[in-house]
Design a protein around this ligand. Structure first.
Ligand code: 13P
Length: 245
């Protein structure tokens, strides 16, 4: 299966940074799929700059189509601006905006309604891992955040341990393989055999120096990259490391 290498720009990026997207698009490899999720303000211009060579996505969406929700953006608006994907349930949304598993599931459903692919994020905190609860916590998040009947071809899951995001800390290869295997088993239990096709991305301090090692691991279907996706050179070094099989 082709790997998906996705960049999450978070609250970074002005018009001046569109050149990074042009450069990423110009160097897109044949062997992997690329996605950049810039801030909502840049989606339309990013989609133009990408010239169809890479996909553009949103970082969040509201569950409703439209209405009195000041400051929010619907999945339909993202689609209209040129997005093909949307990240839902990122740990920063769960942490700073109090998003529950049910809210994340509603957003994923909104993404599918708008014909977007939903990247549903899960991941444990450091305290949860230290308490030996990582597998359980992620299992509960999957049960609550991935709706039954999720369309396989429009669903991606991203495992992002909260303690690995922006910290330079990465789980051991063994821990990544164990968690991705666990996520695969849970997805198959929830959605059926078709769920073997759902890509499971790893995210959290992916950088040029560790990308090849992580992307070679069993059940790693790609990467969700924060800081190292902001510069075309770093992101290029990461997507070049995508598996070629
Ligand atoms: P970093 O790659 O900066 O650790 O961020 C990961 C992330 O949160 C991507 O969604």
């Amino acid at each position: 299966m082709r790997q998906l290498i996705a960049g999450n720009w978070k609250m970074n990026g002005l018009g001046a940074q569109l050149g990074e997207i042009e450069s990423i698009a110009a160097n897109a490899p044949a062997h992997a799929d690329l996605l950049i999720c810039p801030p909502a303000t840049l989606i339309a211009r990013a989609a133009e700059a990408a010239k169809g060579r890479i996909a553009i996505g949103g970082q969040d969406c509201h569950a409703e189509i439209s209405g009195a929700f000041t400051g929010d953006v619907s999945a339909e608006m993202l689609k209209d601006a040129g997005a093909r994907f949307v990240i839902v349930g990122h740990s920063e949304r769960r942490q700073y905006h109090g998003e529950s598993d049910a809210a994340v599931a509603a957003k994923a459903t909104a993404a599918w309604r708008a014909d977007l692919t939903a990247i549903i994020c899960v991941g444990e905190t450091e305290a949860e891992r230290e308490a030996g609860r990582a597998l359980d916590v992620v299992g509960v998040q999957l049960a609550g955040s991935v709706p039954s009947g999720a369309p396989i071809e429009a669903t991606v899951v991203a495992y992002e341990p909260v303690w690995a995001i922006g910290t330079g800390k990465v789980p051991t290869n063994g821990d990544i393989v164990q968690m991705h295997g666990h996520i695969r088993a849970r997805l198959v239990a929830q959605l059926g055999e078709g769920a073997r096709k759902v890509p499971i991305l790893y995210g959290g301090s992916v950088k040029p120096s560790n990308a090849a090692e992580i992307l070679a691991l069993a059940e790693v279907g790609g990467a969700l990259v924060g800081g190292a996706s902001l510069k075309a050179a770093d992101f290029g070094a990461i997507f070049s490391a995508a598996r070629k099989d």
